[in-house]
Ligand binder design. Structure first.
Ligand SMILES: [Zn+2]
Ligand SMILES: [Zn+2]
Length: 413
């Protein structure tokens, strides 16, 4: 078996791995570098099967590219399908608005839709050569999966993005034994603060701001983060909570697939206590009294949150609690580092206090090392990170046969 690393190797973005078994050419993930001119992977030759681990665009954003040459069957989990539809449509809309090219044709999107098949967690799908694969819960975002591929006695586990840490929304990812482990390395150099401490600090900040008569603005990613934050707020505060942006649609999708989250009861209870902003009157209500508003964009590049930020900045009437990593070049990054954002082409100085909380959906450093030990593979391929090489080097020092391939590299598995 060969692994061609077509993207997401010594980088975060456009994750794409071609597993060539000799009989089948299976492409695992087909992502896009959203913050880097919508770059996609270059897939050499034909594809027999596509498998998408989760809906984040760095894993699914170029899934239509799988249909450039032929029409393979592509698999994802049940909730991933509607979330991916939502994100692909949004990325098309943004590309059009910004006059940017996408690396695939709209015809390819239709083909993907026609050939996309869903599979639940822990269900085997058998290929015609006798090999098979199954999705395992990755604990990262709703519907996220690891891929366990089996050919004869040989097992390959690709983690996609995964989290073994505690969250309110998801069961943690669980390791299984495999001969080859392809593991994401996003936080290989950094441990997360214990989640319960992060929750408490976040809740304290919320209560303090509300006590001071302020609005609490919580920019949050639509997929997973919005819902996690809503659950955290439900657990820690009685404050009025409003939600807006694309996260609303993801909340609806999650309600349709209750078995994909840890506690559908808790989530339903959370949603009953949240006001979904449907129009101007809900928005007015949100600003009438001290309240919490959770909305996209998580990095403040548009969405309702950017206009709320502007509105509150003029009156100095809010605090901003960031809940995710802010990529360089985004408004979130310039807000944290320079106290400015760009809105409708105009640069604005933001006076509001800004705090950051680590609600990451990725395994931290210690969890990554523990995972490798639990899977106990013969070979480890470190991908999806800025420091994959360092991670592989450390694993080598522990006695593992570890690699950090670059884009374009081919590895014998
Ligand atoms: Zn992800
Ligand atoms: Zn990712």
């Amino acid at each position: 078996m060969d692994l061609h690393c077509l993207g997401g190797s010594q980088e975060v973005g456009k994750s794409c791995f071609l597993l060539d078994t000799g009989e089948l050419r299976i492409v695992m993930d087909c992502g896009m570098k959203v913050h880097d001119h919508n770059e996609g992977p270059v897939i050499p030759g034909k594809v027999d099967v596509g498998i998408i681990t989760h809906a984040h665009l760095d894993h699914s954003g170029c899934a239509p590219l799988l249909y450039k040459r032929n029409a393979p069957k592509t698999f994802c989990t049940y909730p991933t399908r509607p979330i991916m539809d939502l994100l692909l449509a949004d990325s098309e809309k943004i590309a059009r608005a910004e006059n940017k090219q996408l690396p695939y044709a709209s015809q390819n999107v239709k083909q993907l839709d026609k050939h996309l098949a869903c599979l639940g967690y822990d269900e085997d799908y058998e290929f015609k050569d006798g090999s098979n694969f199954r999705f395992l819960d990755a604990g990262h975002v709703p519907g996220s999966a690891q891929i366990l591929f089996k050919k004869g006695k040989r097992k390959v586990l690709y983690t996609g993005d995964f989290n073994t840490g505690y969250t309110r929304l998801h069961h943690p990812a669980k390791p299984v034994k495999a001969d080859v482990l392809i593991i994401e390395s996003t936080y290989a150099q950094r441990d997360h603060e214990p989640r319960k401490d992060v929750e408490k600090a976040f809740a304290r900040e919320v209560e303090k701001a509300l006590g001071d008569g302020l609005t609490v603005l919580v920019p949050a990613f639509a997929v997973g983060r919005t819902q996690e934050i809503l659950e955290v707020l439900r657990a820690h505060t009685k404050a009025p909570v409003f939600v807006n942006g694309m996260g609303k649609k993801v909340c609806d999708i999650i309600m349709d697939y209750p078995s994909y989250i840890k506690s559908p009861e808790n989530f339903a209870e959370t949603m009953r206590n949240v006001t979904i902003i449907q129009g101007k009157s809900d928005e007015k209500k949100a600003f009438r009294e001290p309240s919490v508003i959770v909305s996209t964009a998580g990095m403040l590049d548009g969405g309702p949150m950017l206009s709320y930020l502007d509105k509150c900045n003029q009156k100095n009437s809010a605090v901003v609690l960031l809940t995710g990593y802010q990529v360089e070049g985004t408004n979130g990054y310039s807000l944290v580092n320079e106290g400015r954002v760009r809105s409708e082409g105009i640069e604005k100085v933001i006076q509001l206090p800004v705090k950051h909380f680590d609600f990451s959906a990725h395994s931290g450093r210690i969890e990554l090392f523990n995972y490798v030990d639990a899977v106990n593979p013969e070979k480890v391929v470190c991908v999806h990170g800025d420091a994959c090489k360092d991670f592989a080097e450390e694993l080598k020092n522990e006695g593992y046969d570890a690699f950090a391939p670059a884009v374009g590299d081919k590895i014998k598995l």
